[in-house]
Write a protein that binds this ligand. Structure first.
Ligand code: FAD
Length: 390
């Protein structure tokens, strides 16, 4: 374990590259160190921020008045593999997400290939149930081993206990819930009550991907939605699509560090609004409408696209932003122009160099209010906002 009093700034630990210093910073290299650090902070009543890749965080310029801990462990292990049962693979929380996807594609483990190129760690993946191009991590999860900060013990969740949905889970909800008789110390924000120590995945075996669940990706691959494609081709197509949108981590996938300022973001800054189907007529007539699918765990025939929930409709936050008058590259005047919309995608707020958290927040407010004025829809931020709010 390395405890540093000269803690790095959150700007160094996050992909948006904003945020002041932490009071204390720990890099845990074993599970015991991670748990000890969490327990010590909780016992002392110190605020705690578990940070992974920092790719879903916007932290205040004042920094974080508490302990920041990073799980510096990496690694994954195949527990079992056979033609009937598929592969069971366990990865530690600090493992880089995309490196696991690379291994999955190479080993013929089917179920996370469409999640290629998402920055961050395995530990954070189930927290907001990462998803992209028609796939969610929910479809490949088996169990999630966590440290329960309230009970002071390890708790393992089966996938069915995680209440996984669009960008949500029991883990994420545990950050924000009000105190109850069962959980008097809530809310645990900005880190869940349950800190993910390890994740076990259940993969089908094959050279072909899971059914392709996204039109743009299917077109790129020359297949129909619902058909499969060679896993390697699918990964390459996803990375190409992501590169075109600036939705890849800085300094990876061929671009030199700092070469593409559109990658200095937290990915999508707003979630896509989900409305009850009986109110879908209130959405702008031309706005896209997408089905909302229930997160389906692995079935005997492999990961499925999930069952469409007929009571819900999802629309596109990027479309709303664009049509409310905020084009790619939009920024405010003056110093706040150091933060702008990505020049490749209206859904990412980016740091053009030297932006402060306040610059990002000022831009986010203008975008949110503009969409609210134009369409009466309040966009919700997707990243975890620490010490700042819209
Ligand atoms: C360019 C770019 C593209 C992106 N594209 C996508 C996308 O397509 N789909 C998508 O879903 N997301 C996307 N994201 C968002 C982000 O990559 C994911 O949410 C990712 O899972 C965050 O992982 P992280 O390790 O960086 O988490 P961090 O940003 O470090 O932390 C985020 C939250 O998770 C908590 N957390 C971190 N580790 C743990 C743990 N071990 N246990 C419990 N809580 C933990 C933190 O305390 C914090 O509350 C994108 C981000 C960027 C920058």
């Amino acid at each position: 374990m390395s405890l540093s009093t000269a803690a790095p700034s959150l700007a160094e630990l996050t992909t948006l590259r904003v945020g002041g210093p932490a009071d204390a910073y720990v890099e845990a290299t074993t599970e015991a160190e991670l748990i000890d650090t969490i327990r010590a902070a909780d016992d002392a009543g110190e605020p705690l921020l578990v940070v992974g890749g920092g790719s879903n965080l916007l932290v205040a310029d004042e920094g974080f008045g508490g302990v920041v801990v990073r799980d510096a462990r990496t690694g994954f292990e195949r527990e079992s593999q056979d033609a009937c049962g598929g592969a069971s693979v366990t990865a530690v929380g600090g493992q880089d997400w995309d490196d696991l996807v690379v291994a999955a594609v190479e080993n013929g483990w089917v179920g996370i290939e469409s999640l290629s190129g998402i920055p961050g760690t395995v530990g954070a993946a189930p927290v907001q149930n990462i998803g992209a191009y028609g796939q969610e991590v929910a479809g490949a999860l088996s169990t999630v081993r966590t440290w329960d900060r309230l009970r002071g013990r390890v708790r393992t969740f089966a996938v069915g206990e995680l209440a996984l949905g669009y960008r949500t889970s029991v883990l994420k909800e545990s950050m924000r819930g009000a105190p109850t008789a069962d959980d008097p110390r809530a809310p645990w924000f900005p880190t869940p009550r349950y800190v993910v120590l390890a994740v076990t995945f259940q993969f089908r075996l094959g050279t072909l991907s899971a059914p392709v669940g996204y039109g743009e990706l299917a077109r790129r691959l020359g297949v129909e939605v619902g058909e499969r494609a060679p896993q390697g081709d699918l990964r390459a197509a996803v990375l190409e699509l992501r590169a075109g949108k600036g939705m890849l981590a800085d300094g990876r996938f061929g671009a030199a560090p700092g070469a593409d300022r559109d990658r200095f973001s937290a990915g999508s800054f707003f979630t896509n609004p989900v409305v009850p189907a009986d109110q879908a007529h209130l959405l702008p007539a031309e706005a896209p409408r997408y089905p909302v699918r229930t997160a389906m765990p692995m079935t005997s025939t492999g990961p499925s696209l999930g069952v469409v929930d007929p009571t819900l409709v999802k629309t596109s936050a990027a479309w709303l932003i664009d049509h409310a008058g905020f084009a790619k590259g939009f920024g405010l005047a003056g110093a706040a122009s150091r933060a702008t919309l990505s020049t490749k995608h209206t859904l990412a707020l980016t740091n053009r160099g030297g932006a402060s958290a306040d610059d990002v927040v000022a831009l986010a407010r203008v975008i949110r209010d503009g969409v609210q004025d134009a369409y009466g829809i309040t966009l919700e931020p997707e990243p975890v906002l620490v010490g700042v709010s819209l």
